[in-house]
Design a protein around this ligand. Structure first.
Ligand SMILES: [Fe+2]
Length: 327
């Protein structure tokens, strides 16, 4: 096996720490227009922390943004290099004027429309400071996240890419174009564009070379992206990824962890960004129907003993898409 390009399918999910739980739910559902497709909790650690998943109607891999609201526990990250600084979503061609007006009307901090690597893009910010961008992509045929006030001609479809802030690009480039099997498909000033397999939406990773930006923290805390996960099919492929990467000397690659909705392992990339590999054969439909996704707080089997304590501790959250309190 020369590299993992036949095994890694693209972005599986992106996970960030945010501040308030309700603020986060409101941002992704009423501003971005994604569907809240799972309410669960952080599966490691003793302190209950929500874990929210947002995606398209069917919660397809490559559309799933996940968040841990850390305001209640007071854990904060420090933004900097060695992190994902921008998470990109695709939108239809010609839709950025709609989004700019929408951000203005809804007081969402945003930038101006820019063009890079032949695609128009508009940056915007989560209330806790996380950076996002919308990228016009006429080739993305995934089901759009339509909502009450976002029609199909404007709606977000899923991930376009992540942008990693990197102090020293060379070794990070070697990791992505070597074992992972990405191709360098563009360079524009400090920006590098890498794509895997057929490229395009959810198969693109960007680096921004920021040699003078101090390193951000690696903790799981509010205000920073914790990791990007790449999709593999199943445990068999996950094991191939683990052994291949470990064999190259990245011996810190983790054991396979049970995340209930998928299995995962993690490795710290040379540029500092935590990368996860996640299986695609379980999915969010394991404990609720497609129609009910995200409507109520669900726990993995090994947390059910603590159900009362967890439900009592966590602040109540209203899912505006179902107008229902989760407890
Ligand atoms: Fe993850």
């Amino acid at each position: 096996m020369e590299n993992l390009s036949g095994i890694i399918r693209g972005i599986h999910h992106v996970t960030a720490g945010v501040e308030g739980a309700q603020e986060d739910v409101d941002f992704f559902t009423t501003i971005v227009g994604q569907r809240l497709v799972k309410q669960t909790v952080l599966m490691d650690g003793d302190l209950p922390i929500y874990h929210f998943y947002y995606g398209n109607r069917k919660a397809e891999i490559g559309t799933i943004m996940t968040s841990f609201p850390f305001k209640q526990s007071g854990v904060y990250g420090r933004r900097g290099s060695g992190q994902i600084s921008v998470t990109g979503f695709t939108v239809p061609e010609g839709s950025l004027d709609f989004w700019k007006n929408r951000f203005e009307q809804k007081n969402v901090e945003h930038g101006e429309v820019e063009e890079r690597f032949g695609q128009k893009r508009l940056s915007f910010f989560h209330p806790c400071g996380l950076g996002f961008e919308l990228v016009e992509d006429p080739n993305d045929n995934r089901e759009p996240c339509v909502s009450e006030d976002i029609s199909e001609e404007y709606a977000v479809k899923g991930f376009h890419s992540v942008t990693m802030s990197i102090r020293e690009v060379e070794e990070q480039l070697r990791f992505f174009t070597g074992p992972l099997g990405f191709r360098l498909t563009g360079q524009d000033g400090p920006y590098y564009q890498l794509e895997i397999n057929e490229g395009g939406a959810a198969k693109t990773v960007n680096f921004k070379h920021e040699p003078d930006l101090p390193q951000g923290s690696w903790i799981n805390g509010a205000g920073i992206v914790h990791h990007v996960a790449f999709a593999v099919a199943d445990d068999e492929e996950m094991n191939k990824v683990r052994h291949f990467i470990e064999g190259l000397g990245y011996t810190d690659i983790s054991e396979i962890k049970d995340r209930h909705y998928f299995h995962s392992c993690y490795v710290r990339s040379p540029g500092g960004v935590l990368c996860e590999f996640s299986t695609s054969d379980i999915g969010l439909g394991i404990d609720e129907s497609i129609e009910d996704l995200g409507s109520t707080l669900l726990l993995p089997p090994w947390k059910l003993d603590e159900k009362e304590e967890i439900f009592n501790y966590l602040e109540p959250v209203v899912n505006p898409q179902v107008q229902k309190i989760n407890k």
